[in-house]
Design a protein around this ligand. Sequence first.
Ligand code: ADP
Ligand code: MG
Length: 398
Amino acid sequence: MNIHEYQAKAVLKSFGAPVAEGVPVLSLDDVQKAVDTLPGPLWVVKSQIHAGGRGKGKFIEDAAGEKGGVRLAFSKEEVLEHAKAMLGHHLVTAQTSAEGKQVNRLYIEDGADIDRELYLSLLVDRATGRPAFVASTEGGMDIEEVAHETPEKILTLPIDPTTGVTDADAAQLCDALKLDGAAREDGMKLFPILYKAFTEKDMAMLEINPLIVMENGHLRVLDAKVSFDGNALFRHPDIVELRDTTEEDEKEIEASEWDLAYIALDGTIGCMVNGAGLAMATMDIIKLYGEEPANFCDVGGGANAEKVAAAFKIIMKDPNVKGILVNIFGGIMKCDVIAEGVIAAVKETNLAVPLVVRLEGTNVEMGKEIIKNSGLNVIPADDLDDAAQKIVAAVKEA
Ligand code: ADP
Ligand code: MG
């Protein structure tokens, strides 16, 4: 689950991290009030959307496309001007679709005098199975680009969970970020604070880009992007409160209500599967035969007919879907139940694209029988290979 920058900063502040003063606003009336509570003489108006790269983004409504989603203002009037140009408008960044995201909230923040912009993040490092810091002096820019062009400028430092961030760890991070004086003192305090926030709140990722050294020599968290481990949310009702469903894909919200895992992709074939391994295999074999998956919906181990029908409808909502492949292994879930769910959904949605169904496992004969007797235009398949070839052929013909 993702949250907005201003929410992430509030969480980090509650652990003691240095962030600027700021006020989130939803309307132009609020902007006026917000700006009066901040000292000036520099304000920053920041679009709050669940996507990065806002500064370099462009508003669709701004024909000249010169100003991004993060703007400096040198007077209160200018704050209002920027707010007008952003609220309700659509911001396109490297991380949004071409339609962009409508900006419904702004964060009016105290402006900082920046000396240097650094990169710092925390994530779970799969190689070591530990939380790890990623630090670089090359902040404020695309870290993937830094990783590609100048990997030597990035330090990855896994943290031993039994000790937490040691002084030696913190010193190593300070060195990598070339911190000295007040900034170094701030850093020695900040790294354990971030680690504590990361682990206590079950974050999946915490990215501060940039962390800045200000002209007064101190550190400040200038941007914050946080996502939480969905499986741990039950432990954090305070975090669940921060969820902004208007920022999420409608299909993904519906899927989560049904406890389905839905992932949107770029191709043409919708995939209904059970289990992550089968999902991967299904997508691989679709690619092998020359097409691309449009999405996949994992119905899990114990789905009933209604859940299968819900999954089917979610897949169908994607206008890029030119055909559907149902590939399910009936273990705990029986093939006849799956077949009934598929048939019910096909009838309800007036399915207009080809559908290939491959079932295997418990009650497979009953399942095939149900599909055959349905009178619907469903293409049965015997194995994964057969299923993939049939759906690819059907999509290419259509
Ligand atoms: P994004 O990563 O989405 O583009 P950031 O919050 O990182 O958004 O802002 C982009 C840039 O805007 C920063 O790298 C920084 O140069 C500038 N900026 C952001 N917030 C402030 C602030 N409070 N004071 C001064 N400059 C800021
Ligand atoms: Mg940033």
